[in-house]
Structures are given as structure tokens and as C-alpha cells.
Write a protein of this length. Structure first.
Length: 255
């Protein structure tokens, strides 16, 4: 009997989430190619991220994506993201109050229909599709009003969103792609002494990072970008992400 009750609850949760996603569909489609040909910055929360770099972006009036607990740096800078993205279910449930209060012009949550979420007032919802892809790269969504694909990093959500909005140059900053521990493809946990997860020592990875999967997601993003005339650069200061061409932040802002 308990299994039947749980299945009914799961079905009702799915129906509720799908209705919310459907309600936001027209607002998402209205964003398509809104920033055609423009440049954006996708801000990661790695230990290399500094308020000084964010202030530099603010002074140049650069369009920025932020995600997850980027709000923990708000007290050290006047910079704010233009678009805020979040998809991690565990993070959303743990920090719903803080996420609900995030200061950004547009806020988007990628939602798995079968999962129960706390209320996030003012967020646009898109459907999050969980599909096992390893050892192949994940799919890349050409239409986020239909769905966003899992890539084991919120940066993949940001890149898919940026492509849909029409951006033709994307610059990653603070995407260190390096953590104090990670789950390897053979199921082992590797730990690294002296390595920080994020710019804030208060912020630890909510899930055990699977870099072998997220690396494939970045490779899928590069393949899509190369095929569609989109440039993706990595301006992160240090870090271990080597999928994209590296360029210094200062050089990018000079051009």
C-alpha cells in the first residue's frame, strides 16, 4: 500500500511541476535570440573567482550569468549577474531561502518533473532531462523551452541557455574544474589536500563532483559551439579546465 501511495504522490508532483514548466513556456520562448551576436560571461564559483574581477566586468557593463551560491560574494562587490541559473536539487532544498532572494534580473531553475522542490517565487522553470550519457558526451539542447540536458555542472545549463538566447561569444570565469574530492569513473573517491571547492570556504560541493562526466559536457558544448559559429573562451585564472581556448580576462576586455 505504501508503494502505491508513493507512486501517486510522485505522479502528482510530476503533474504539478510540468504545469509550472508549461506556464513559463511562452516567457522562455520570448527569450530566444534576444541577445543575438552578443558576448556574455559565465561565472563559476571556483576558488579563483575574485570580487576584483567581478568589479572589472561590472565597470565594462558585461552581460553575466551567475549560478548556485554566487550570492555569497555579493557582500564584497556591487556586481550582480544578469541571469541566475540553478539546477542542483540538493542545493535548492538546502538553500531555498537564500536562492529565492538572489538579486538578478532573470532567474531560471532547471526542474526534474518527478522531484519535489521548495517554492522559488519569481523563477522561470525549464524542464531538466536526466539521461545517462557516459562514456559518450551528453546531448546539447537547442531549445531550452523544451528541455535542458544534464551535464553534471551548472555551467552546462548556463551554456545551453546562453546559446538559446543567441550569444555568439561566451567567456568562462571562475570555472576551476577542480575540487577537494571527486568520484572517478571506476567508482573510487579521490581526495586532494589543500584544494578548495569554491571561492567561499563556507561553500562545499553539495554532491561528489564527477569531473569525468562534466568534462564530457564541456566537450559537447565545444562541439556544438564549433558547429554553430559560437566562440567559447576560458578566462579562469588557473584551474584545470582545458577544453576551451584560454584567453586572459584583460585581453578579452581590451578587444
Amino acid at each position: 500500500m505504501s508503494n502505491i501511495i508513493q507512486r501517486v504522490r510522485d505522479k502528482l508532483t510530476s503533474i504539478s511541476n510540468l504545469n509550472k514548466i508549461k506556464k513559463d513556456h511562452d516567457r522562455i520562448t520570448a527569450l530566444k535570440n534576444r541577445y543575438a551576436g552578443k558576448r556574455c560571461f559565465i561565472i563559476g564559483n571556483g576558488p579563483s573567482l575574485t570580487p576584483e574581477d567581478l568589479e572589472l566586468l561590472r565597470s565594462h557593463k558585461e552581460f553575466c550569468f551567475g549560478s548556485n551560491r554566487v550570492y555569497q560574494i555579493y557582500g564584497r562587490t556591487k556586481w550582480r549577474p544578469d541571469i541566475y541559473c540553478v539546477q542542483d536539487h540538493k542545493l535548492i532544498c538546502a538553500s531555498a531561502a537564500e536562492i529565492s532572494a538572489v538579486d538578478a534580473k532573470l532567474r531560471i531553475v532547471s526542474t526534474v518533473p518527478q522531484w519535489k522542490y521548495p517554492p522559488l517565487k519569481g523563477f522561470l522553470r525549464v524542464r531538466h532531462t536526466m539521461k545517462e550519457f557516459y562514456p559518450e558526451p551528453p546531448e546539447f539542447s537547442e531549445d531550452i523551452s523544451d528541455c535542458i540536458y544534464e551535464g553534471f555542472t551548472v555551467s552546462y545549463m548556463c551554456i545551453q541557455t546562453a546559446a538559446y538566447l543567441g550569444f555568439r561569444e561566451m567567456v568562462l570565469l571562475g570555472v576551476d574544474h577542480s575540487y577537494s574530492q571527486e568520484l572517478t569513473a571506476d567508482g573510487k573517491v579521490r581526495k586532494f589536500d589543500g584544494v578548495r571547492d569554491h571561492f567561499s570556504d563556507k561553500d562545499k560541493a553539495d554532491n561528489l563532483p564527477q569531473l569525468y562526466r562534466s568534462t564530457l559536457a564541456y566537450e559537447a558544448a565545444k562541439a556544438y559551439a564549433d558547429a554553430h559559429g559560437i566562440k567559447i573562451y576560458n578566462a579562469t585564472r588557473g584551474g584545470k579546465l582545458e577544453v576551451f581556448e584560454r584567453r586572459s580576462l584583460e585581453k578579452i576586455l581590451e578587444d
